[in-house]
Design a protein around this ligand. Structure first.
Ligand code: GDP
Length: 195
């Protein structure tokens, strides 16, 4: 599913650069270093497809990938960079807000949360934005291999409590490890099931 069917389409820096909304799309959001590029690579079965979004200068772009013939996968810029200039943060918040509120074909946002850290204030900010944009979002825990089974419940309790405050949150949390391939098939079938 999807492997070999993924191509980089374009990096978008302004609303007028968005491709047509002829396909349904899903987007991925997360704090920088959460493991977003690695997850997208694991999901698409390509080694370095999302690498481009990590190179300096491209970090503020919304990166579009075609997923088969019917979907787009959208890689949103990572947020929460330490030392990011205020002007840069504001520009990206504006683009993000416009994108989320104006994209009819956006079926779901995946908000990535590092399993070691749980939901942080910057994640809550994105979740509030998704609420106000009425975009259903689903929480994806990353780097599960870094957290021992016994320690997982406490983090998940914190995450569930955070999600409960957000009307746009989809209740089911997806646990993933790109390293181990855990949760990747689940995520693929969730995306494939969206119509
Ligand atoms: P991004 O900034 O969100 O795109 O994060 P990256 O995908 O570049 O990942 C940040 C770091 O976390 C890299 O060093 C990755 O190798 C590491 N990483 C990503 N996913 C996993 C995972 O599932 N398990 C482990 N152990 N490390 C991961």
């Amino acid at each position: 599913l999807f492997a070999g069917e993924v191509e980089f389409l374009k990096g978008v820096v302004a609303m007028d650069g968005l491709p047509g909304s002829d396909r349904i799309e899903v987007c991925f959001a997360g704090r920088s270093n959460v493991g977003k590029s690695t997850l997208i690579n694991a999901l698409t079965g390509r080694k370095a497809i999302a690498r481009a979004s990590n190179t300096p200068g491209r970090t503020q772009e919304i990166n579009y990938f075609t997923l088969g013939a019917e979907r787009y996968l959208v890689d949103l810029p990572g947020y929460g960079y330490a030392n990011a200039p205020v002007a840069v943060v504001e520009k990206w918040q504006r683009l993000l807000k416009n994108y989320l509120s104006g994209r009819q074909n956006l079926r779901r946002a995946f908000v990535l949360v590092d399993f070691r850290h749980g939901v942080k204030p910057v994640d809550e900010e994105i979740m509030r934005l998704l609420d106000s944009s009425a975009v259903t979002f689903q929480c994806v825990m990353t780097k599960a291999d870094k957290v021992k089974e016994v320690d997982r419940a406490a983090v998940l309790t914190q995450v569930r409590a955070a999600l409960a405050k957000h009307p746009a949150a989809y209740p089911e949390i997806v646990l993933t490890s790109s390293e181990k391939g855990m949760g990747i098939p689940t995520l693929r079938s969730i995306i494939a099931g969206l119509i």
